[in-house]
Design a protein around this ligand. Structure first.
Ligand code: 13P
Ligand code: SF4
Length: 322
């Protein structure tokens, strides 16, 4: 049971949302609950599937539910809507954005492509971007399949990788493929520094470091493994180490501690007294999720021509990374 605030917008006015009530409502609505690894524990615990962006995209593509309650950030729910135009996709808080997505407005990308038309760019867009950017891309990737997608790009084309410069640089290192990089960053992952990682390593010398590719080069160089959140779970399960330093958004720790209770997970620290929580991911709460399912909003809507254009590069990704 979780205490909730007063809801002025919908019929529920009180205090408490039991997870069982949400499950009951879910059955009534024939809904599926998809949650990202960074969601608050209460939402991870009621979800039908918890995973990374890639896993969530596949789940969204295969569901036969009428309603998708997407507990993640806006671009994730939007991706689910793009591949499920006839389903209702609801997001507990419509303001749950993403700093990477914000760094690349579609108008600026369109302008850039126009100005550099002579480069005939093949555009690879990290899934952390808006539908407008996806519609301008040739293919989408996630941190879970980026190297596969880059390796499959036509050899005779210049590649523009948007919007994350750190993920882009990491894929260049792995594939040897040169790419021009959009200068976006995740405001959370760039807070981890070489100094903060060295400090925690001194405290736990036997613990391997696993880091997300949105971290800077200096941090990636210190990590024993760099991978998507889903692959981090696999790494932690398979590693013989009893203690592991996890350098990503703090929400993943809930899943790790739940699924691997016999190991200790140490959150990667930053130089500031910084909580490591993505403020956008944390906008969703159990209470908002319940209200969203009750009121069947806020829902994701998209103009059909834009949706159609954005669907193609997502489908291409799903095909390529099978
Ligand atoms: P994953 O695809 O690894 O889950 O990462 C998504 C994300 O937003 C990382 O900040
Ligand atoms: Fe975006 Fe960073 Fe939050 Fe992930 S953690 S949703 S990249 S702001």
């Amino acid at each position: 049971m979780v205490s909730a605030g007063i809801n002025f917008g919908g019929p529920r006015l009180t205090g408490v949302v039991p997870a069982e009530e949400l499950q009951e409502l879910k059955r009534e609505r024939n809904a599926v609950i998809l949650a990202h690894n960074y969601q608050v524990p209460e939402l991870q615990d009621v979800a039908d599937f918890v995973g990374d962006s890639l896993g969530l995209s596949y789940q969204a593509a295969k569901t036969d539910a009428d309603v998708i309650l997407f507990c993640g950030v806006h671009f994730m729910a939007e991706t689910a809507k793009i591949i499920n135009p006839t389903k209702r996709v609801i997001l507990p808080d419509l303001d749950a954005g993403c700093s990477l997505s914000e760094s690349c407005p579609p108008e600026r990308l369109a302008q850039f492509l126009k100005k550099n038309a002579d480069k005939n760019y093949y555009v690879i867009a990290y899934i952390n971007c808006s539908a407008g950017v996806k519609a301008l891309a040739d293919v989408i990737c996630t941190s879970g399949n980026a190297d596969k997608i880059v390796r499959a790009a036509p050899a005779d084309r210049n590649i523009l990788f948007v919007p994350d410069q750190n993920l882009g640089a990491w894929v260049m290192e792995r594939t040897g493929r040169k790419m021009d990089l959009w200068q976006g960053t995740c405001y959370i992952h760039v807070e981890f520094t070489a100094r903060s990682i060295n400090r925690i390593r001194e405290q736990y010398p036997a613990a391997p470091v696993v880091a997300h590719p949105e971290c800077t080069y200096a941090v990636r160089m210190l990590a024993d493994e760099v991978c998507s959140t889903e692959k981090m779970v696999t790494f932690c399960k398979e590693s013989p180490a009893r203690q592991i330093i996890v350098v990503t958004e703090a929400g993943l720790l809930h899943r790790l501690r739940k699924e691997i209770p016999d190991k200790t997970f140490i959150p990667g620290p930053t130089d500031n007294c910084f909580c490591g929580e993505c403020r956008f991911m944390k906008m969703n709460t159990l209470e908002k999720a319940y209200d969203a399912l009750l009121n069947m909003e806020p829902q994701i809507t998209l103009p059909e021509p834009l949706r159609k254009r954005a669907e193609l590069p997502i489908r291409r990704m799903l095909e390529l990374s099978r």
